[in-house]
Design a protein around this ligand. Sequence first.
Ligand SMILES: *Cc1c(COP(=O)(O)O)cnc(C)c1O
Length: 351
Amino acid sequence: MNQHPETTAITAGRPKVEPDASLNPPVVLTSTFHAGGAIGYGRYGNQTWSALEDAIGALEGGSTLVFSSGMAAISAVCSILPVGAPIVASNQGYSGVMSLLNSFHESSRLEVRFVDVVDTAAVTAAMKGAALLWLESPTNPCLDVADLETLIATAKQMGIGVAVDNTFATPLVQKPLAMGADIVMHSVTKFLSGHSDVLMGSLSTNDPALLKRLQDSRSFNGSIPGPFECWLALRGLRTFPLRFNKSQENAKQLIARLSAHPKITRVRYPGFGAIISFEVDGTAEQTQKVCESSHLIAHATSLGGVESLWERRRRWPIESPSVPEQLIRLSVGCEHVDDIWNDIEGALASI
Ligand SMILES: *Cc1c(COP(=O)(O)O)cnc(C)c1O
């Protein structure tokens, strides 16, 4: 029987068991290493990174590299594509990725074909001659779900590389490498580390040649994480399944209550996970006021931590105009669900 992810999150990335070996990996704070070994210098490797990479790799089912942020991980994928390479990407997704891809498109670094990922036929048509299919599902912040199995299988038949941003779903919900994807990306900043105290990214793959190219990109662009941050992320990862399951349970309970609230016109939830997007029956200003009127839920961007957070996504000028002005993205934390709900009700009463 395969080990369950709850167990893997706790057991992976530990030092070898021997008398007086530490249970946890040490924080290896060094810029260089004595000559003659496999690492050599602190930009090429570090034992604390490796411990975290082993743990994320065990959860995703592939060899893993950690990066200084999720954006650094995405940038590494883009960096190995030839100049002008056509890539297919969602027309609605994480705003940093949208901005990065738009700037690459404008400068002709890449030819980005933006598509609606829910429209499998449109994505398939756009894939002709492409080098890479970049998928994010569920999408941020509208939580649209792509048919990953079909899209990945089609891309592979066409000989196109596939990378999946698995930040929202996490390996507890979907495992893109097992579906045939070449790369799985995470903003480790979010659910995997889970305490809103570290920024980090990761890439996982089962292709040794691809791993080497991505590793070279990290080494020579210097997009490496700090050893202490890796230690924090691994500490957080130990409870990732516990936290995710609790947040998901809270989210499922909140769906029913939000859907029945007279001041809410639409609730978006893909059926799994801990992110809910809902629309307020009011103006952008009123929606903004709701976000500013919470006491327990932090009014902040980001997601995937133990603490509930929310924000009106359109407060960011870089957010896509296709996202409604009245949309609030709520990252459901691990507090008691009744306390979260009381806070939501109170904030909605402010308008
Ligand atoms: C946050 C996020 C990113 C970017 O990650 P950083 O760690 O902030 O650089 C990419 N994709 C998704 C879906 C995210 O939520």
